[in-house]
Design a protein. Sequence first.
Length: 279
Amino acid sequence: MKNETESPLPDNLNVEQIRAFAQQGDVNAQFLMAEMLRTGEGVEQDLMESARWFRAAAHQGHAWAANNLALMLHNGAGVKQDATEAAEWFKKAAEQGLPEAQSNLALMHCAGHGARQDYKEAKRLFKLAADAGLAEAQNSLGGLYFNGNGVEQSYLEAARWYEEAAGNGHAGAAYNLALMFYNGHGVRQDFNRATSLFEEAAEGGVAEAAYNIGVMYQNGVGVPANDERAVEWFYKSGQIYLAHGMREPASEAASAIESSVAGHPLAQKLLAEIYGDEA
């Protein structure tokens, strides 16, 4: 994988020294300069200038620079949004074996955005990235098998890839696998395993997982009925939703608290966090 030259930069360079190396055509300096400008680390953030340096490094065959330039083009960050060009740069990085670029290009093929919709090509790219250990790709590959997109539908294969991704710390995959154990899709129905996976996903920031645990405690499904535990999980889901700026589902979590224990202070606390002075 061509991510860097055979001559790495000297250690402890300051910004101006890095910029000087970048201007001399050093691909690693160009990439580092782009990253610093993108994040604002050590310099004033400048997405337009960041994209310029990513482009310079990408033209020299730097896979990560090509991937990051593609992300900026895809999102319209520092450059005019251009999904087609984004797909072209993802493809260049993917062809160099960068798993993240393979996964990103696969997502574009799934959506038909910037690239033709082609689930079989998406599956091929996800599989390359998944085999390299990329949890995001493993989760996405599980989704293809779950829905039968580009592959023969198989809950068993979906569960296998969700399990792999969850084992690599992917919270979304833990949630997807939890749903399979809860519903008995492709696996033996197992509420204990579902609860454990929902908890894992909730700790990873999946609000729906926390909400589902609340429902389980509220209704006594798979766990002993416990209104206080339900309230705790509904409140947690509301906080996660709110952290993502999702006020409506956070408000629904507050309503769920109220339905579990009428007048519970956590319902009012959550509503105050959601609406502030509007409440």
